[in-house]
Design a protein around this ligand. Structure first.
Ligand SMILES: Cc1ncc(COP(=O)(O)O)c(C=O)c1O
Length: 403
């Protein structure tokens, strides 16, 4: 038996939509992309949504948009406060857009600790060096947004939510991704809305949305739809005679971060089922919690909440005599997929080893979760038989990995 981290099943009806897309030969951004953007903006509760070929490229475009914005004027080289316990894309997107990550430790819910951010800012000689606060709603758990927004206001920081893993998680009744100036989502495998590879920036700021549209098309002048441009209705055509076609003239330096209609269509089939997906995952977390309660002296089980949209089922090894590598090997040998809990970036990630000395001993919680945490699947297609099997194998793996 295999207990996978994620899965995706399409109905015959949904497959037919892909066949018609193939027949149409209209693969680059078009009607499905627009439909996805409209539906995802309305689901999250923002005015706008711009799509990208991944969550990572969305984040990079988000930072580039802030740097190009007349309103926010985020300076290249300025500091971004973020969490060390995250998928590496968060930090890569900061560095690859010329910003400097600064880490504050996490709390027991895996999310950045507002108290640690306050300490960092209070101890800083020049708070003007900081420009962005980048919380991550890790694995679906929501960061303490009221405190973070209040701190950002005090110090003049832009809040950029990394909501990649938290589709539909709620904070005080509002969906994550709508609680700050801009946010990103990833639609990679195992995420509640899966599109293979896909990402968005969500915002209610029109300037940022237009900049994102432009940046993903190599900084093109125009963010009209292809149809408008092809029929020469574009309001940005400078002058008919000048020969400036906004599709081929750039007002800013950008990237090609566009995706295809395939991703948009796949994403749309999943948005249609998101409420059921979230509910099913919550039920699975509850079931696994009940089944694994007998090991709660050895493993920290995930906190259950109806406000959390679960990416996976996270566990932390509390008992020091249990070896994570051995435990995961046993799970793998029995067909239960697992992943380590990302690691504490400056301490555990080889790419960021140059920061190790600076942060050694300063991020104890992220180090602990990063070295003792791991996760298994809780996705919507798991059967009761598979859940029972995962519970049984976990018991065997604990025994196998104990010294
Ligand atoms: C927290 C976080 N940020 C950013 C990303 C980047 O997304 P992608 O893998 O779509 O590039 C991910 C991916 O899952 C993520 O988990």
């Amino acid at each position: 038996m295999n207990v996978r981290l994620g899965d995706l099943k399409l109905s015959e009806q949904e497959k037919k939509l892909f066949h018609s897309l193939i027949d149409s030969a209209m693969f680059s951004e078009g009607k499905y992309t627009k439909e996805f953007e409209g539906k995802w903006a309305s689901y999250v509760g923002t005015k706008y949504c711009a799509t990208f070929n991944s969550g990572t490229s969305a984040m990079m475009a988000g930072f580039a948009a802030l740097q190009n914005s007349k309103k926010y004027r985020v300076k290249k080289g300025s500091k971004v406060i973020t969490t060390p316990l995250t998928y590496i894309a968060t930090i890569n997107s900061v560095l690859t857009t010329g910003m400097e990550p600064v880490f504050a430790d996490v709390r027991d819910d895996f999310n950045i600790d507002p108290e640690k951010i306050a300490e960092l800012l209070e101890e800083s000689k020049d708070t003007n060096e900081f420009s962005v606060l980048l919380p991550v709603h890790l694995l679906g758990y929501v960061a303490e947004m009221d405190k973070l927004n209040a701190m950002a206001k005090k110090y003049g920081l832009v809040v950029f939510e990394d909501a990649a893993e938290a589709h539909g998680s709620k904070y005080k009744g509002k969906k994550v991704g709508s609680l700050s100036t801009l946010s990103d989502f990833s639609f990679y495998m195992a995420h509640a809305v899966c599109a293979g590879e896909y990402g968005t920036i969500n915002t209610s700021d029109e300037e940022l949305k237009n900049l994102c549209e432009s940046l993903k098309g190599n900084g093109r002048m125009c963010c009209c739809t292809v149809e408008q441009r092809a029929s020469k209705k574009c309001p940005h055509v400078v002058e008919e005679k000048s020969g400036v076609d906004p599709r081929y003239f750039s007002s800013i330096v950008g990237y090609n971060f566009k995706a295809t209609e395939f991703q948009a269509l796949l994403g749309l089939t999943q948005i249609a089922k998101i409420d059921e997906t979230i509910r099913k995952r919550q039920e699975n977390v509850r079931y696994l919690n009940e089944g694994l309660a007998k090991y709660s002296d050895k493993l920290q089980l995930p906190m259950f909440s109806r406000e959390v949209s679960y990416l996976c089922y996270p566990l932390v090894i509390k008992d020091a005599s249990i070896n994570r590598k051995k435990l995961r090997e046993k799970l793998a040998a029995s067909g239960v997929e697992s992943r380590p809990l990302f690691g504490c970036a400056p301490i555990h990630q080889p790419a960021y080893s140059y920061m190790k000395q600076k942060y050694q001993g300063k991020l104890p919680k992220a180090e602990f979760f990063g070295s003792r945490g791991f996760y298994i699947g809780c996705h919507q297609y798991l059967t009761q038989e598979e859940l029972d099997y995962a519970i049984k194998i976990m018991g065997e793996a604990i025994k196998h990995a104990s010294n």
